[in-house]
Design a protein around this ligand. Structure first.
Ligand SMILES: [Zn+2]
Length: 306
């Protein structure tokens, strides 16, 4: 019995895969990306994206998201999205090195990560990142999004700021600047976009899984009916091959019986009635195909089916 169950699962998996592949084969990716096959634009596009992917791969292998000294000077969309997904971290439990300022050497401190406003409100500077290697600070969102449109060295990954004496003033000046505001907005917009994309992806996967489960469950029922009828040498077909009509044979009769109480069959019949699916696995052809598949999977049992 276990052997027969395994065969059922193999047949079901193949059919379900074919069903899902059929859907994806019909997707014209060129149309989605608006690529004209008759021009060389497509090859240029591919070369460009391949190159971008290669750059992303190469950079990612040496990149430490928590260490600005390893960040590349130029980023593409893929890499920018990786940065945003990773987010920023605040280095706090660390002995920040002192400089040579006289008479009092100065260093970066974790106090700079927050901005205490005159009204007592405390604002978290999520954008401020510190490099241990360079002992300098940078603006995360401006490095990623400003494209050099800012005068502050906080936005230049090759520079950064280590003027601890004037840091408070420089930070205030920067966070009140228009380029910083625009970069901050792009950062938050991308973060929200990526989150909703992840939600959509998850919903899509859940839907595909539900669909697979439905087809797997329905095929189990159909295979069991075919096996039952074969073992009892009962005829499959009647004069009619339409559900819920007279003399439509034992196969469809048993499907109708299941549809009185079985939720999977009820859902399957509902889809057929509402024309939500063109594939229903209840026709003569699929019955013959399933009988052949079952017979091939178990040659010794062929005589039982045919
Ligand atoms: Zn900034």
């Amino acid at each position: 019995m276990a052997y027969e169950t395994d065969n059922h699962i193999n047949i079901e998996n193949n059919l379900i895969e074919n069903e899902l592949n059929f859907e994806s084969d019909n997707i014209d990716t060129d149309k989605i990306f608006n690529v004209d096959k008759n021009t060389s634009e497509k090859s240029m596009y591919n070369t460009h994206t391949d190159l971008e992917k290669q750059i992303t791969k190469d950079v990612s292998s040496i990149l430490d998201f928590n260490e600005p000294a390893t960040w590349p000077e130029y980023t593409n969309n893929d890499l920018r999205a990786d940065f945003v997904k990773h987010g920023t971290i605040k280095i706090t439990n660390y002995n920040f090195p002192y400089n040579d300022d006289k008479p009092y050497p100065r260093s970066f401190t974790k106090q700079y990560y927050i901005h205490s406003m005159a009204n007592g409100e405390v604002v978290d500077r999520q954008w401020l990142v510190y490099s241990k290697i360079k002992d300098r600070v940078f603006c995360f969102c401006c490095v990623l999004f400003s494209q050099g449109n800012s005068e502050s060295n906080l936005t230049n990954i090759k520079e950064g700021v280590n003027d601890w004496k004037h840091l408070s003033q420089k930070l205030l000046q920067h966070e009140r600047s228009k380029p910083h505001y625009l970069s901050l907005k792009q950062w938050y917009d991308l973060k929200i976009g990526l989150k909703s994309l992840a939600t959509i992806d998850q919903q899509h996967l859940t839907q595909i899984e539900k669909e697979k489960n439905h087809w797997r469950a329905m095929l189990q029922r159909i295979l069991c009916i075919i096996q039952y009828l074969s073992k009892h040498n009962d005829g499959f077909r009647g004069k009619s091959d339409v559900l819920f009509t007279k003399n439509n044979g034992e196969f469809l009769g048993l499907i109708e019986m299941l549809s009185k109480f079985d939720s999977v069959t009820i859902e399957h019949i509902r889809r057929i009635k509402n024309v939500e699916t063109h594939t229903h696995y209840l026709g003569h052809d699929i019955q013959d195909e399933l009988i052949n598949l079952m017979a091939n999977e178990t040659p010794a049992a062929k005589s039982n089916y045919l």
